[in-house]
Design a protein around this ligand. Structure first.
Ligand code: HEM
Length: 212
């Protein structure tokens, strides 16, 4: 008689599944001109203003969806607690004397982030925004102080400081939220959508609108 346990297939961690599913789009993010210049320390002060504006726009959308997703899922404080990014980025815009509402005109057809209506979808989006803190730690080191003086680098400092702790919390959350194939598939679609929105908002064809 065969032992059932011997034939049981052990699932890899959900984080490994999400990493494999998003490796290609993550690599593409490195090729976005603003990200490239950030990574190789060739960013100009004007680039930094543009980047900060675009990140602000991105996180306004993502913050809203994640906060709504957490409320809908009834997340316990101990499981996963989100921290808003847009107010941190707003401080940087203020330090550079830039108005907070993003003066950007998105190209037609720009998708919104779909609602994070299940725990698994919330986990997929959390994977992207919290995982990005790992790369942000490296990028913060590459950002010269001459381009982003301390009052205008609140967001990047925050990423570098809280990244490891938030990533550990998020990894637990992802594994609990995605125990089976169907939840992983939901998480994957939300993770890809969260990356895709980043690509759309950081893309060079996004035309900045003249400031009022
Ligand atoms: C030039 C741009 C970027 C660079 C150089 C970069 C670099 C990195 C590095 C080195 C790691 C691994 C850190 C570690 O394991 O200790 C990482 C992880 C990650 N990054 Fe990026 N990154 C960039 C942009 C982004 C963007 C724009 C996003 C999302 C919007 C993102 C999402 C992630 C995620 C989700 C992980 C976790 C992957 C995993 O281990 O499962 N990254 N990044």
């Amino acid at each position: 008689m065969r032992d059932g346990r011997a034939t049981e297939r052990k699932q890899p961690p959900a984080r490994v599944f999400l990493k494999a599913a998003t490796d290609a789009i993550h690599d593409e993010a490195h090729k976005l001109p603003l990200m490239q210049r950030l990574a190789d320390s060739t960013m100009t002060p004007d680039d930094y203003k543009t980047l900060t504006h675009r990140l602000y726009h991105y996180y306004v959308l993502v913050d809203q969806r994640i906060v709504a997703g957490c409320a809908e899922a009834g997340i316990n404080a101990g499981t996963y607690t989100y921290e808003l990014r847009a107010p941190l980025i707003a401080k940087d815009l203020q330090a550079m004397n830039k108005a907070c509402p993003p003066h950007l005109v998105a190209p037609r057809g720009l998708p919104e982030l779909p609602p994070l209506s299940t725990l698994a979808k919330l986990a997929g989006a959390a994977y992207v925004v919290e995982g990005s803190l790992m790369g942000a730690k490296i990028l913060e080191r590459a950002l010269p102080e001459t381009v982003a003086a301390p009052p205008a680098r609140t967001f990047w400092r925050w990423c570098a400081t809280v990244g490891p702790e938030r990533w550990a919390m998020t990894r637990h959350f992802i594994e609990n939220a995605c125990p089976d194939d169907s939840s992983r598939i939901e998480a994957r679609s939300a993770a890809l959508a969260t990356f895709k929105l980043f690509h759309q908002l950081l893309h060079p064809t996004l035309v900045p609108q003249p400031e009022p």
